[in-house]
Design a protein around this ligand. Structure first.
Ligand code: GAR
Length: 202
C-alpha cells in the first residue's frame, strides 16, 4: 500500500477526487494516511474528517518566523511516513529542504498546460483570469513532480480543456477541474501506486 499524504489550502475538491477514486477502485494499492492544511477555515479539512482521515492544520502565522514553521511543517509530514506527497491546491511555498527530501516522491496539480500560466504568482483563479486575458482557446491541467522551482518539475500528465465564449474565470476553473484535474490527479496517483510511473518519473 502506497502511503499518500495530501497537502491542501482551500476547498479540497482534488482531495475529494482522490478519496472518491480510492473508494470506487480507480486508485488501487494506495491509502491517504494524512491531510496537511495551512488554513483553519479550509473546507478540505471537513472532507478529511468526513472520510476519517487524520489531519493536521498549522499556519505560518502560528510561528515566530518562516524557518520555525518550515521545520514544524516538515516534521509533521515526516511523521506520517509518506511514500508519496500530493500537493492538491496547496498554496504554501515548499521549503527547499522538503523538496530535496521528497524529490521524486512529491507531485502537484496545476490548473494550466505548463509551461503556460505557471510559476510565481500563478495559482487558483488567477491562472484562469490570465488565460482568459490572453485569449487562449485551449487550456487544461498538469500533474508534475515537484522540484525546487515553481511548477518546473518533470511533467507526468496533461489534459487539454476548451475555453468557450463567455467564460468567466469561475466557469473556466470549474470546467478545468471537472474535465482535467479530477481525472489526471487520481490517475497519476494510481499509476505511481501500481508501478506504471516510477518515482523519478521515468
Ligand atoms: C485547483 O484548481 C488546483 O489546480 C489549484 O488550486 C485549486 C485548488 O482547488 N492549484 C494551484 O493553482 C497550484 N499552483 P481544490 O482545493 O478544490 O482542490
Amino acid at each position: 500500500m502506497l502511503r499518500v499524504v495530501v497537502l491542501v489550502s482551500g476547498g479540497g475538491t482534488n482531495l475529494q477526487a482522490m478519496i472518491d477514486a480510492i473508494k470506487d477502485g480507480r486508485i488501487t494499492n494506495a491509502e491517504i494516511v494524512g491531510v496537511f492544511c495551512n488554513n483553519r477555515g479550509a473546507y478540505a479539512l471537513e472532507r478529511a474528517r468526513a472520510a476519517g482521515i487524520d489531519s493536521c492544520c498549522i499556519s505560518p502565522r502560528d510561528y515566530k518566523d518562516r524557518q520555525d514553521f518550515n521545520e514544524a511543517f516538515l516534521n509533521r509530514i515526516d511523521e506520517w511516513k509518506p511514500d508519496l506527497v500530493v500537493l492538491a491546491g496547496f498554496l504554501v511555498i515548499i521549503p527547499p529542504k522538503m523538496a530535496k527530501r521528497y524529490a521524486g516522491r512529491m507531485i502537484n496539480i496545476h490548473p494550466s498546460l505548463i509551461p503556460s500560466f505557471c510559476g510565481t504568482g500563478y495559482y487558483g483563479l488567477k491562472v484562469h483570469e490570465e488565460a482568459l486575458k490572453r485569449g487562449v482557446k485551449i487550456t487544461g491541467a498538469t500533474v508534475h513532480f515537484v522540484d525546487e522551482g515553481t511548477d518546473t518539475g518533470r511533467i507526468i500528465y496533461q489534459k487539454a480543456v476548451e475555453v468557450k465564449n463567455g467564460d468567466t474565470p469561475e466557469i473556466l476553473q470549474r470546467r478545468v477541474m471537472e474535465q482535467a484535474e479530477w481525472i489526471i490527479l487520481p490517475k497519476a496517483v494510481n499509476d505511481i501506486a501500481n508501478g506504471l510511473i516510477s518515482f523519478n518519473g521515468e
